[in-house]
Design a protein around this ligand. Sequence first.
Ligand code: C2E
Ligand code: MG
Ligand code: MG
Length: 831
Amino acid sequence: MNETNRLPRPSPIWPPLLLLLAGVLMVGVALIAAERQNDLERERSRVRVAAALQTLSEASGATARDYGVWDEGVANLVVSLDPDWADKNIGSWLFKYGGVSRSLVVAPDNSVPYAFVDGARTSARLDSAGLVGLTERARAAARDDRPEVVGLAMLDGRLVLGAAVAIRAEDTEAVTDPISVLLLVQDFSGYILPKLAETVGLPNLSVDPPGPARRPAALPLREGSAAILGQLAWAPPKPGSEFLELSLPASLAAFAIIAALAIVLWRGLHGAFARLHRAYEEIAVSQHRQQVFLGASPDTWLRLDAGGVVLDYIGPRDGLTEQPIRPGDRIDQVMPEEIAERLRQATRIALFCGTLERFDFALGVPPRWFEARVVRLDQGQVVLTASDVTARKTAEELLVRQAHYDTLTGLPNRVLAIDRLAQAMSRADRGSTHVGVVILDLVNFKAVNDTWGHGAGDMLLVEAGARLSAVMRKSDTVGRLEGDEFLLVLPDIDSDEAVDRVVEKALQALRRPTAIAGHEVFLSALAGVCSYPADGATTADLLKNADTALYSAKRDGHSGARRFHRAMTDSLRLRTMIETRLQRALSAGELSLHYQPLFDLRQGRITGAEALLRWNPTDMDPVGPQHFIPVAEATGLIVDIGRWVLDEACRTAAGWRSQAGKDFRIAVNLSPRQFRQDIVADVAGALRLSGLPPEALELEITEGLLVNEDQAKALFTLHDMGVRLSIDDFGTGFSSLGYLRRFPFHTLKVDRSFVSNVTADGGDATLTLTIVTMARSLGLSTIGEGVETPEQLSFLRDCGCDEIQGYLISRPVPPRQFRDLLESGVAVPAA
Ligand code: C2E
Ligand code: MG
Ligand code: MG
């Protein structure tokens, strides 16, 4: 949290302290003001007292002047002293009504010819220095307009106010020396002081001796301008103090109430402030947390107004766009229009419905994917959160790919291939065209896998997929169903023939030799073919029927394509029946052997026979080996059956040797399944039982039987025993030259599918010639299988083929018939 963001917090100690200070200040100011008021009043009282004293003095002076400057007085006091007149007009009068305690007439020699003291005429002397001085000053001022002189003096230890005036006529010209003086004396404490107190309203006025003032206010009382005789002292009123005394309790009470109110108010304010402070801090902390949280998130946060203007942006600088987004930017200025429009839509919905709106969008090249979430805020604003979901999107795309494509070959997998089939079917419905559906199966793929390992098998599948894709149209689909099965979907086809042509092309493409794991291999495949809409209404039906056709092709044991027809379904039923019936065929004696001659082209005679198994069930029609041998292999029955064939063939052949010649040999077919058992012991047993020499026995191994270590060992053991080995049906399975070179074969049998075409198809003729030539170069003798015409015979002879086998010489026949053939010999029709 930023330090400057802190709310200033009021200190709890200041307000009471300030209040105390204010109280002290208030009291102080009141005290000072009161004191000042008191001082002022004191000064004022001093002025008043001084003025009143002056007035009283002047009044005494005026009285003295009235009586001294009086022609009648001159006559009765100076010229001839008349005491009675003096008593009546001055002494007694002034004593009674003027507060004059002494009225004296002072002669020029300062003797006192007349004295009226305290109400009675008496004799007196002028023994007060102060009064003498006063008398002198009066003589000096005798001719002045205002000849009276007033002053304070001590008389008999008491303070008095004396007023002296020269006794003279009113006319100043008439004044002559020596001069007598009228001296009037008033007792200060007894007369002046009460008058003064009354005039100025200070009842506590007193006369104190000179020295330091003992009372708050004092006025020095001087004898003229000389010595201080005493001091007037009084306690002046204290209006300030009085006011203070009166007002202070009320003021203090009022202040206390205000202070209490202020404290209550302050406490309330402080509480409110504290709460505000806490709330503010909580907000700040939560804001801080929010910022830390949002900052730590990899997401981008934008606060937008309803018009799409960015108000806030939190997130990596290049979180969304290459150019950093700043508050104030319009979203349609920083984002592509299409995305801005999606955002506008989401904003409208979020604002209107209050729902959380989501959508995905991509930015840049390569695209970075974001998931946008738009949610309503207050005041018509929304928050847009954009999370980078590129990794998730990539994974999803990969998953989709994995869900629809085969990882090994990269071809569409079963799901996608079937989906393409469905699409092709609906297109065909619209355009009244056909869809060709083909299931291709690689011959003996399993054996490649078993022999050379899965790596080799995988290479084979990849190669097959690539070859198939290469010959297909763009609109066709080559998919991998499973294992070595491929599905071809051929849309927009107008006839079955067109489908067959494509399939043939595909099979041809596969048949070219290839090198797998250092071995040269002749690839070949079987195909089951059907068409939409003729052979099924659904993808499942079409696949099932193509599979039935494929099965039928497999069962016949020949490479090539097989088109589905309804009867195949029957043959499936037949297979099920075979499976159950074959179990007891051997023990029931339903199996027999037929023999087909091997005819030597150079010698022009029969040099051997191939033993071919026949099954004549008692309760059903005879079943051909192409039907029951695959079943016997699949069920494992072939092992027992094969052992019986070996014994039976060897025994029969041994019987024919005397008639057919020493070089006569019997060829016995071995199924791959048999080869896995202890074949050496079986062969040795059959030879021993029949007494047939090993060289008179030739074991036919289909070329699909690729050998592993154990099988190789068995092959060599058999070879060492003197038994001949031949490779059967060469050209239909995985024919490998290396395989021929590696193992001790004596004979190669060229498959019937080549031979039957040698005169019609130039390609097959070339292949047959190649195979025969290659076999010869490897020192193998060759047998052409399935020779039905003299042309085929002569072609094979021209190729250098050693022997032939086929209906042209003889069909496979029962032993007795074969013996007849041996006896009579066979005539070979000329080409
Ligand atoms: P294969 O070993 O190639 O036998 C030759 C097959 O070609 C025989 O069919 C034979 O009748 C047939 N064939 C011979 N010449 C001609 C001809 O000119 N034209 C035509 N169209 N066909 C001809 P078959 O007897 O039906 O046997 C089929 C296959 O069954 C054999 O093919 C062999 O692979 C298997 N097989 C027969 N007997 C046995 C047996 O005892 N054990 C094992 N394991 N397989 C057997
Ligand atoms: Mg054979
Ligand atoms: Mg054969």
